[in-house]
Design a protein around this ligand. Structure first.
Ligand code: ADP
Ligand code: MG
Length: 681
């Protein structure tokens, strides 16, 4: 916190400053924008005769009795009464000496809290209590701010009031725009929200449709749209190599493929080719459900770059997936005389150095790997295209490293986690999106079964039958976030149990603690058909492609997220045969939300629909995994609920930028002062 802010707010304690920092309150503006979570009505007193359960009220009454009870636990109870001769009990489970004094019989008190139905009648537990000293009641509704331990609401209220008096609340929207949108001015908006007039009810104030909230949401969405559109314009202004290719390599590859591209794949490839032929960087997201065939499209995009004389980097989130991509690309592209380097984590230093040298010399036209590809010591000769598989699994830092590698290279991102329209318009507005919305022909639908844990023996029978038909099965143990050790234990135990149940079958185990080389070894055995059953932790979640595996058993499905379940399930049904996914769940641990998830996964197979339902269930913050990626999300608006405001904001952002208004800069400075650090990633 700067000195000026400290002086204006009269804060001198370092402890307070560091607590405020936790609330992201570091300058006057932060305080102005620290808006209430909710409000309390302290503008009038409620007679004890009018109490209703569940309501928060302020009452004034006299203590008629005080006692400390020891059962069922030690607590302080006082009864109060007012001129209506009704009684209210108040209860404290921690007994402080000053409470004993304050609640002395005969004291007249102001008490605020939520009314509950207690054993003896209406009661409040841990209410706020003051001596009734005849002080005037509040004139405005009282804001209740988000806070942390040690920062009292009264502190926040005082600081925010000082800040409001000092900060210039000039509007960043053009006057005519405000009028046409019928929104209040910015100054009125924040003044109103910090101190709403008493005629507004608590209910009205919590309603997002209130003009003041609408204004804030609009401002926030506008800032987001402005920054996205500016980033897009900026990219359009950057120059890079146009990768035109001549199409020969793609034709050669097509000739040798056992299948033809689906129309959706062709369309996506066409869009990518258009972008690559431009002399500004592509920034395109290729979306397609699990198994929709994104890899071959990516391989063809790579061919365009290669035949234009440039290198391609293909980055995958896990070693297993990188290995798979490498194997696929080799199979497809080695006959075309293309050299592919695989920078695997399991290589010895000497081998790594050798791979790096063929990347640096340009001998390798394509380099495959995890984010290790973008470490400082990996140097490309002529990088033209970067392909990122499962882009949502990479953090912002990794994506930044990638961006800094090649100077404005073309970027193709791929994701099987579909982004619903509202989010695509909002959060991903600076990406162009291609969608593969059809699965390759001949896919059998996957039958999903929900089975309680107790019926495990029947599941084992099912596994035996599948294996006896020459097919293979996955047995997946859940990710236990709290403890990797615990996860390992579950996987190992499951493995041992299965070995015990099926002494005659070949069973493999892969988990996150194994060395990449060991993992790859087991995966290779499974792929070649040497193993009947593969026990795995969720490491197989992305991308593994074993057509003969037609059964997947998922343990503790109730613990898994929807997109994870959908991705896992997509690992089967890749060959021609009928496939089954069995979700084992523990009925005793089934929360409401887990129940909804299982119902959704059971009833739906379309990844887009599942993503939409998931978004509804969890809200956008969780959905995007923002905490993990560190991208700032919206504080006030919600892409899903406020889609009409988002549509306005999108149009108006375009107009403001076109008209080159000074408001653009002002608005962004107000709302996204640190925007440069994450934009365009
Ligand atoms: P994802 O989109 O999940 O990454 P993949 O690229 O791994 O999917 O493709 C899944 C499987 O479908 C692979 O075995 C791939 O070779 C195959 N495939 C891709 N496109 C087609 C197609 N047009 N017709 C038939 N099979 C295809
Ligand atoms: Mg894939």
């Amino acid at each position: 916190m700067d000195l000026n802010t400290q002086q204006i707010l009269h804060i001198s304690s370092d402890a307070m400053i560091s607590k405020l920092k936790k609330l992201h309150l570091e300058n006057l503006w932060d305080f102005v924008m620290h808006l209430p979570l909710r409000y309390e009505d302290n503008t009038h007193l409620t007679p004890l005769s009018d109490l209703r359960v569940g309501e928060r009220v302020l009452v004034e009454a006299t203590v008629t009795h005080q006692e400390i009870q020891n059962r069922p636990r030690r607590q302080l109870i006082a009864s109060l009464s007012d001129s209506s001769h009704h009684t209210l009990f108040i209860r404290f489970l921690h007994i402080y000496p000053n409470h004993l004094k304050l609640l002395a019989t005969g004291n007249r008190l102001r008490v605020a809290g939520e009314v509950r139905q207690g054993f003896y009648g209406f009661e409040m537990v841990h209410p706020t209590v003051h001596l009734a000293d005849g002080a005037a009641l509040a004139e405005h509704l009282t804001p209740v701010y988000p806070t942390v331990a040690g920062v009292h609401q009264n502190h926040l209220r005082r600081y925010i009031q000082y800040a409001l008096e000092q900060v210039e609340l000039t509007d960043t929207l053009p006057e005519n725009l405000l009028q046409s949108l019928k929104l209040p001015s910015f100054a009125d908006t924040v003044q109103f929200l910090h101190a709403p007039p008493p005629e507004y009810s608590l209910k009205q104030l919590n309603n997002g449709a209130l003009p003041a909230w609408q204004r804030l949401k609009f401002d926030e969405l506008l800032a987001q749209q402005l920054s996205m559109q500016l980033a897009r314009n900026e990219r359009a202004g950057q120059s890079t190599v146009a990768l035109k290719g001549n199409g020969k390599l793609i034709t050669a590859l097509e000739k040798q493929l056992p299948f033809a591209l689906t129309n959706a794949q062709k369309k996506s490839l066409h869009e990518i080719r258009q972008d690559l032929s431009q002399s500004h960087p592509m920034h395109r997201l290729l979306q397609g459900d699990v198994g929709s065939g994104k890899t071959i499209v990516a391989a063809m995009a790579a061919l365009i770059a290669v035949e234009s004389g440039f290198q391609v980097a293909l980055m995958a989130p896990t070693e297993i997936l990188a290995e798979q991509h490498f194997a696929k690309l080799q199979q497809w592209l080695t006959p075309l005389n293309i050299r592919i380097a695989h920078l695997s984590g399991s290589l010895k230093k000497k081998e790594k150095d050798q791979i790096k040298s063929i990347i640096a010399s340009g001998e390798a036209q394509i380099a495959v790997g995890t984010h290790a590809l973008f470490q400082k010591d990996v140097i490309f000769n002529q990088l033209g295209l970067v392909i990122v598989d499962e882009q949502h699994r990479f953090g912002v830092a990794q994506r930044l490293a990638l961006k800094n590698k090649g100077h404005y290279v073309h970027q193709l991102m791929m994701s099987a986690t579909p982004i619903p329209r509202s989010l695509a318009m909002g959060f991903f507005a600076d990406l162009d999106i291609s969608i593969i919305d059809e699965l390759p022909p001949g896919r059998q639908p996957i039958e999903t079964k929900l089975i309680r844990n107790e019926r495990r023996p029947a599941v084992e029978q099912f596994v035996r039958r599948t294996v006896s038909e020459g097919k293979q099965a996955y047995w997946v143990c859940p990710l236990i976030e709290e403890s990797e050790t615990l996860q390992l234990k579950t996987a190992t135990e499951t493995y041992e149990n299965l070995v015990h149940t099926f002494p005659d079958l070949k069973i493999g185990l892969v988990h996150g603690r194994m060395k990449p080389a060991e993992k790859n070894e087991v995966m290779a055995q499974f792929l070649s058909g040497c193993l009947n059953i593969l026990v795995a932790t969720t490491v197989i979640e992305v991308g593994v492609d074993v057509p003969n595996a037609v059964l997947m058993v998922i343990e503790h499905a109730e613990r898994m997220g929807l997109s994870q379940l959908h991705q896992l399930r997509g690992r089967v049904g890749r060959g021609g045969g009928e496939s089954t996914c069995i979700l084992l769940f523990d009925n005793d641990k089934l929360t409401e939300i887990a129940k909804s998830r299982l119902k959704i996964i059971y009833e739906n197979t379309d990844g887009f629909e599942i993503a939409r339902l998931d978004l509804n269930l969890r809200g956008p913050g969780e959905f995007l995994g923002a905490r993990q990626s560190g991208v700032p999300l919206l504080r006030f608006a919600n892409f899903q609920e406020d889609i009409h405001l988002l549509e306005h904001a999108q149009k108006i952002a375009t107009q403001m930028i076109e008209q080159n208004l000074p408001h653009v800069e002002q608005h962004l400075n107000r709302w996204l002062p640190q925007r440069d650090s994450y934009l365009g990633v």
